[in-house]
Ligand binder design. Structure first.
Ligand code: PHE
Length: 460
């Protein structure tokens, strides 16, 4: 997008602008915070492998589908479904996406709030000198359990997100992120080089990159598919809205490919930083890790101060890192809030500012129990409130939304019509047959079977 605000339903200035904006939504805590937790909980490299397969076969398929629906209709998901298939229940998929988005925004903002807290801690010198795992771990636990601090940090994130969306200064944010995202990228690459040169990093890399096939089970696949949807911002209409700002000139296929590539790369690098650092500090073997180590929601916040403290100029480096992490998180929270806001503005004719404030306030209130469930309040912590929100909304609801989008294309809008949209601007789309197969059979069948088996396994 050029200088104009994209949410006045302008268009992105160029393909590069679109790829940056969509990657801004995609790259965030999903890749840097959530992905390593999933790897840690699901057996290491086997999860990484399943994740890569899910991104390629399912994520890319659904991403292209959402972009096509958005560009074709020039609308949010509810409006698009109403336009393409008026008078049918398909618009319900859009409503579902709106609700899912508000819930994800609520707990995602809690974690983004932790980055605010960590930025403050870094500036005030909490991580000066050598940081050990034990020190970093207890620092995280006491911070996350401080009810006032976490709720204030959550509030800060919601206020910034609401302000950006209500003022429509998104265009400005995009311009900034165009400069800052590459800097974050550079920083992550430098940190990963430092991490792999730590003594003992080899065991961490083995755990992370050498698959142990005996560890494979349906749970791993379930979380890998969920992570693919989460990290690519799929299944709730975000990419539909972003697609609605792409011009007919652009090539949807290569844009989608770039978004998948950059997001996956950041996730993979985050793991390359975290696992060698962790194995180095704790001197664990992969087996000990699997049996003894408790992967907490704070994994990233426990590991990064350690590796940052091992960098020359670590103080400045740490400040830069947490600022950039915060910006990456904000470009994602903004894209989440945009989904319900654009619905209320486009379909219900609300004022943008009112819509943003109302939804932002709801997300804040919904976020409080998540904020307090990491040690702040006992029963919420015991009930694992935030983890359950993430399971239900971040994993299951996004996957269900993604399947319904596939089914909508396959059996209602029809593959040939969507391919017409996709081929505008990308005439030489070679994988047409593969995409059609994925969207009709592979993606829906895989996701439905996985969810059904998981439900059966857990209920019976
Ligand atoms: N993809 C974002 C991230 O990884 C999170 C997100 C999910 C954003 C769903 C929008 C919609 O941080």
């Amino acid at each position: 997008m050029e200088s104009q605000d994209i949410f006045d339903r302008g268009n992105w200035g160029s393909k590069v602008a679109f790829v940056f904006a969509a990657s801004g939504s995609a790259i965030g805590l999903g890749s840097i915070w959530r992905f390593p937790i999933m790897v840690g909980l699901n057996g290491g490299a086997i999860f990484v492998l399943c994740y890569l397969l899910s991104v390629f076969f399912i994520g890319l398929t659904v991403l292209l589908a959402e972009l096509a629906i958005g560009r074709h209709s020039q609308k949010n998901l509810v409006g698009a479904m109403k336009l393409i298939k008026p008078g049918t229940p398909w618009k319900g998929v859009g409503y579902m996406g709106i609700i899912t988005g508000v819930f994800i925004l609520s707990y995602y903002s809690v974690v983004a709030g932790w980055a605010v807290g960590y930025l403050y801690k870094t500036i005030t010198g909490a991580f000066r000198g050598e940081v050990t795992w034990q020190a970093s771990d207890s620092l995280f636990r006491s911070f996350a359990a401080d009810p006032l601090a976490v709720v204030i940090c959550l509030f800060i994130i919601i206020v910034i997100t609401t302000f950006v969306i209500s003022k429509g200064v998104k265009g400005g944010i995009e311009r900034w992120s165009k400069i800052l995202m590459p800097v974050l990228f550079a920083l992550i690459i430098i940190l990963s080089i430092r991490a792999v040169t730590l003594p003992g990093s080899g065991t961490g890399l083995t755990f992370y990159l050498k698959p142990d096939f005996s560890g494979f089970n349906l749970n791993v696949l379930f979380y890998a598919v969920g992570q693919a949807f989460f990290s690519l911002s799929l299944g709730m209409g975000t990419m539909t809205v972003y697609g609605s700002y792409i011009t007919k000139k652009e090539n949807l296929v290569s844009s989608a490919g770039w978004v998948c590539f950059s997001t996956t790369l950041v996730a993979l690098l985050a793991g390359i930083i975290i696992f060698p650092t962790l194995f180095h500090s704790l001197q664990l073997t992969p087996e000990q890790f699997k049996q003894e180590f408790e992967v907490s929601t704070g994994l990233m916040f426990q590991a990064f101060p350690i590796i940052i403290s091992k960098m020359p100029g670590g103080y400045i480096f740490g400040i830069m890192f947490f600022i950039l992490l915060l910006i990456a998180a904000l470009t994602s929270t903004i894209s989440m809030l945009e989904v319900p806001t654009s619905y209320l503005v486009d379909e219900k004719k609300w004022k943008r500012k009112n819509a943003a404030i109302v939804i932002g306030s709801i997300a804040f209130v919904l976020g409080i129990p998540s904020a307090l469930s990491n040690g702040g309040v006992r029963f919420l912590t015991k009930a694992n409130f935030m983890v359950i929100m993430d399971l239900v909304f971040g994993n299951i609801m996004l996957a269900v939304g993604g399947v319904l989008i596939c089914l909508f294309i396959a059996y209602s809008w029809k593959v040939r019509n969507s391919l017409k949209e996709i081929s505008i601007g990308s005439k030489s789309y070679k994988l047409t047959a593969l995409w059609a197969f994925n969207i009709k059979y592979l993606a829906p069948a895989a996701v439905i079977l996985i969810i059904v088996f998981i439900v059966i396994k857990n209920i019976l």
